[in-house]
Design a protein around this ligand. Structure first.
Ligand code: DOR
Ligand code: ZN
Length: 395
């Protein structure tokens, strides 16, 4: 297949040209490629952009057990609809993903659907109870990429120190949901900051490494930047939603960590510009309308992430499109050890075609996800995903 006359943008390239795809790989990139006996899609006159398809480090598919909210099938379709071809799934399912059997089962079921690639994370403590880590100790090196207790932080300092040591030995990345639960009911800013500060200290002490999820406060991101400057191995992600609204603007729509203040957003944007943030991750957290009424935190993200980020960060003049590609594709793909995230021969033909010119209104009724929970319904944005190409197949 040959994609012709499209703006090709990745972390390194920015050219008007053509891309050839054979089976599931990119084989050639250039201006005016000669045509062979193949399918041709000509984008002349459209002014569309071809980007590497996105990779999301932080997704809840709710499968197994909470499939009234989402399942591997609707989740896969939501991903494709939003321009994502790879996701990293959180373990707060029912049962909790605390065993390799569940990891493999979820990954196999996503693979069978055939739309996207999924990596399933393992819970850091058994059943997210913050106590037992025998299942971690039993892991073989290389068996798992990420562990996380997302949704909660590990409250016990000594246990957390032990986790750092085990993960260092087994080459596992800790994904930290930073929340000191002593403050969850009273001060969610202190809750996030406290645990971020503690985990940076433990990371330093153990000479380990850690990735902070959905960083949302100025104090936390500043501490992460300072730790990086000292050479501590900390990385972090921010979400599209924390960048796109203050609490006041969305009537304090419930999510953990909560929507913050303008000063926080400014600090996150600056950290993105400074290279402190390695990825934008959605924390796609589908819930039913009833669960939302009963206070479940979170919102769907896969199908609004690119337009929200493109509108805020690129249209807003803070970063280039190439930098956004790095944050949404190149860097997270590298963290997940995937052969994607750049548009060059030998890489997977995982791509998106985007219309960056025409504004549109976010309409949750059009989502493929079972979740319609978003405070951004009705928002005017730029950056519509026209097609997602996954392993050479056009959707
Ligand atoms: O808002 C959130 N929702 N934050 C989390 O950390 C968990 C997530 C969920 O699972 O619903
Ligand atoms: Zn979380």
């Amino acid at each position: 297949m040959l994609l012709k006359n499209i703006h090709i943008v990745d972390n390194q390239r920015d050219l008007l040209g053509d891309v050839r795809i054979k089976d599931e790989l990119i084989t050639e990139v250039g201006a005016n490629l000669s045509t062979e006996n193949e399918e041709i899609i000509d984008f002349s006159g459209k002014n569309y952009y071809l980007l590497p398809a996105f990779t999301d480090l932080h997704v809840h598919f709710r499968d197994p057990g909470l499939t009234h909210k989402e399942d591997v099938n609707t989740g896969s379709h939501a991903a494709i609809h939003g321009g994502y071809t790879a996701v990293n799934l959180m373990p707060n399912t029912k049962p909790t993903c605390s065993s390799m059997e569940i990891v493999k089962d979820v990954e196999r079921r996503v693979e069978e659907i055939g739309l996207i690639y999924a990596n399933q994370t393992l819970s850091m403590t058994k059943n997210l109870e913050g106590k037992d880590i025998e299942h971690l100790k039993a892991l073989k090196k290389g068996e798992i990429l990420f562990v996380t207790d997302d949704g909660k932080g590990v409250q016990d300092d000594h246990l957390m120190e032990e986790i750092f040591n085990i993960c260092k030995e087994k080459d596992i990345t800790i994904m930290c949901h930073a929340e000191d639960s002593r403050y969850s009911a009273t001060d969610m800013r202190i809750a996030e900051n406290n645990m971020t500060f503690r985990d940076i200290k433990l990371c330093e002490k153990t000479n380990g490494s850690i990735h902070f999820c959905h960083v949302s406060t100025k104090e936390a991101i500043d501490a992460i930047a300072a730790a990086q400057a000292r050479g501590v191995r900390v990385s972090c992600e921010v979400t599209p939603h924390h960048l796109s609204a203050t609490g006041d603007e969305v009537n304090h729509y419930r999510v953990n960590p909560p929507f913050r203040e303008k000063e926080d957003i400014d600090a996150l944007v600056k950290a993105i510009q400074d290279g402190v943030v390695c990825a934008i991750a959605t924390d796609h957290a589908p819930h039913t309308a009833e669960d939302k009424r009963n206070g479940s935190p979170g919102m769907v993200g896969l199908e609004v992430a690119f337009p929200l980020c493109y509108t805020k960060l690129v249209k807003g003049g803070f970063i280039s499109l190439q930098k956004l590609v790095q944050l949404m594709s190149t860097n997270p793909s590298e963290m997940m050890k995937l052969n994607k995230g750049e548009i060059k021969p030998g890489k997977l033909a995982d791509l998106v075609v985007a219309d960056l010119d025409n504004p549109f209104i976010i309409n949750a009724e059009e989502f493929q996800s079972k979740g319609r929970n978003t405070p951004f319904n009705g928002r005017k944005v730029f950056g519509k995903i026209v097609h997602t190409i996954s392993m050479g197949k056009v959707y």
